[in-house]
Design a protein around this ligand. Sequence first.
Ligand code: UGA
Length: 453
Amino acid sequence: MKITVIGSGYVGLVTGACLAELGNHVFCLDLDQQKIDLLNSGGVPIYEPGLDAMIARNRDAGRIQFSTDIQAAVDHGDIQFIAVGTPSKEDGSADLQHVLSAAQHIGQHMSGYKVIVNKSTVPVGTADQVKATINEVLSETNRVIDFSVVSNPEFLKEGAAIDDFMHPDRIVIGTYEDDAGCQAKDWMRKLYAPFNRHHERTYYMDVRSAELTKYAANAMLATRISFMNELANLADYVGADIDQVRQGIGSDARIGYGFLYAGTGYGGSCFPKDVRALVQTGNQYQQDLKILKAVESVNTTQKLILVRKVVNRYGDDLKGKTFAIWGLSFKPNTDDMREAPSRMIIKELVGRGAKVQAYDPVAMKEAQHCFNLDFRESPQNLEQITLCETMLSALKGCDALILITEWKEFRSPDFTQLKNSLIDSVIFDGRNLYEPNEMTNFGFEYYGVGRCN
Ligand code: UGA
């Protein structure tokens, strides 16, 4: 099929590349000329395992192209995916300006029936707004053209996005019930047919339910994490081990093991933004979403759990102390630093006078960029942060190690070398990557999250 994907960010590129991989002809549009130039010269603007090879393969096969040409993009695709950013506004609600501007472009340039698919994470009611925007453009220009808007939310995890796209648990498609909607449903069925060969994975529903499903999924996962973090903090006091509790409850099929890991709180571009946006949707309808407000508040506090443990150990004033930080991105296998706990933790440590030597396997460039922003009002504090080339060089001369992101290469370090590099042999493990008993046997003073210390 002929597909256009508007927005060549994380969701747009993964969607475009995977649809091309399935044999479709994909046109990726972005208004950022630099990004398109980079893509056309063989580069990929984000780090996502497997994406560069997939794009290269499909470009060579003539199935994917990148351009800033709006008219050509709208002409190309019978199905037009909107995959642009929906950042948080100051009040937490989702900013729809890019989505609606994409809708306007489609309305201005289309000349025949199109299926317009919302892939961006958008609040309930956005499909109606997209529809209204296109109708407005059509009536302003005295044109009558059939089209339909579909909600098809994505459930991709950064770092595993290609696998998630290619092996989805489910595909959610929300359509309108009118004739144009029925045709749209048929086209979407055809597009996603390769995923339904063995058994049906697609859930067809109305657009509003599809829009809410996306938020409900992320909000549920965020709730599980905050719940476990709250219990982890209790476990520290009552002398229980949250990881044993995790296994104990996860084994109940009704609960399951996923997303029960306690740690330094959730970050990234999705959970924080989506929980806040859903709370705002509630507010719009005078519905106070109390659980979700608590989920967010627990998460904000949790991002500083390691700082609290450091302060308990070393006192409030951290002048003269240097901490090694392993892991800066909000989770492994991505260079994404959006709402990463590392940013709050480092800001607090440095604010208390400490020095920091940090290492991340892929997020160093992104981290430097974020620290420049975070410390623009206190440049003297920025000087207290050194970005190191290797995980071992980050340890040199440090009092303690603080592990924030559970990259694979941090799983089994040479603990003897680690111990010899640190002045105090102290580990603050924000992801419960290590076993407390083993660490004690190695002679470390070990602090996990919810592991009796
Ligand atoms: C999340 C969802 O998992 C995807 O299904 C969804 O499509 C995506 O948001 C989105 O809306 O675009 P993502 O943000 O990439 O994906 O990352 P996750 O793997 O879900 O992790 C989110 C955060 O939760 C990370 O900071 C991670 O460290 C934290 N987390 C995750 C925990 O603290 N504990 C856990 O048990 C699991």
